[in-house]
Design a protein around this ligand. Sequence first.
Ligand code: KIV
Ligand code: ZN
Length: 551
Amino acid sequence: MQKIPSKKYRPFPPVALPDRQWPDRVLTRAPIWCSVDLRDGNQALAVPMNVSQKLELFQALVHIGFKEIEVGFPSASNTEFTFNRRLIEENRAPANVWLQVLVQAREDLIERTVESLTGAKKAIIHLYNSTSPAQRRVVFGMSRKEIIAVAVRGATWIKERLPRLKGTEVMLQYSPESFSGTEVEFAKEISEAVMDVWQPTPKRKMILNLPDTVEVAMPNVYADQIEWVCRNIRNRDSLVVSVHTHNDRNTGVAATELGLLAGAERVEGTLFGNGERTGNLDIVTVALNLYQHGIDPKLDFTDLNSIIEVYERCTGMTVPPRQPYAGELVFTAFSGSHQDAIRKGLNEWKDNRQKHWDVPYLTIDPTDIGREYREVIRVNSQSGKGGVAYLLESQFGIELPKEMQREFGPIANDEVDKLGREVTAAELKQMFWREYVERVMPWQLKKFETESKNGIVRCRAKLLRDGKTVEISGEGNGPLAALVHGFGKIGVPRFEITAYSEHALSSGEEAAAIAYIQIKHANGQTRWGAGVDTNIELASVRAVVSALNRS
Ligand code: KIV
Ligand code: ZN
């Protein structure tokens, strides 16, 4: 990298628009969507789609609800031409779907493009030429005037051929390619020159697509450019202003959203952002961002998983795991505290305690788009007692009392810290078992019997103490009180039971009960213990022994 970047690179000049309006606006409805998956997306694939793959993806796009679909560049290859012909001849496009075709300002290409549209019900002919200073200088070696002449010629060749498309409803679209790198005044001038040829009216509008062909500035600059054009171009009401952003600076979505605030009413993009370099705008994200704000996006992603499946199969691309809404991991919580918060939020939602979705960490309800909230079941040293407890409960039905969580949480975290890695739920349970359930030193319970008379319970227990047999007996108002009494009789320092809970263990080979007991010693020290047995009385006795062993 350069030590002094300014020697090689320069800042992007801002647009002079001191009274810009877009920052105070909010989006209230869906734009017109145009999918460019089959053209811009397809041209960027290592192996472009074949006709049958394009047909399948086209079908999926129609199913999602796109009413404008750029189906290709029919003059560029036979595959593209054939695909367009099959759509038309096999009547694959519903009557309300516009087939959009892209073409450069060359007469032979325009001729072939128009030919490819014969018999279409609705067609958008999309003409483009590049307008930025770098393109004018490096690629075309043309002056501004000459670049305008290219656009005007192209527009004229298209107009001359329109009578050939009888029976087809045609809409015209012009893109000053590399618009965001073009001086706004020049973009206006060239667009108006095309408008002069096509003569759009408020009733018969043309689409003016203003592409962020290469993202070269922050999205607010693009919004300024869009607002500037919307406010300064002649006959704005005869135009459908469209945005088409790429993602070079990873702000394609932001640029589109701000472009909409700035006055655009149409959006071009692709599913999951497939496209040249860092990709086109991800339409799924923009649509679901609107949905998140309660706006009907007019695109249906109810079964997003199937759309991902078709997309990946047809394009050979994969949706990255952190792709907004669609990625494998975006509705997965790893952290225990996140899981805890989500669980509470979901419960609140299920109990109708909130009118609008407000679940921590989940921007939308994953089930709305056929996804599922998932928890990754493991803890790390930062997981916290809530996460540890949640994991034990959700995976094994072990419902630690709150106070016991406070004791076991730090113990588990310390162990995980020592291991220096995350642990699975099974490992966490093993830790709990080792710490509480399996402790046999110094005390190990061998036998426990009770008899009850006149409300007095008498117990006889056989235990090992450091491996040596000890027999105790005691009495009290219940088996545990009798046990505590028995320990006292053989000189074990006095303790009392201060908390007790139990529940059945859900399933598995330990179809048993678990008891949790807290004891308090004379010096005020408290300890928890846990015992598991098929007999609930024995489980609680074991829990007392466990607590003693931990003292
Ligand atoms: O990115 C771009 O500028 C394009 C145009 C052809 C609209 O894809
Ligand atoms: Zn593009």
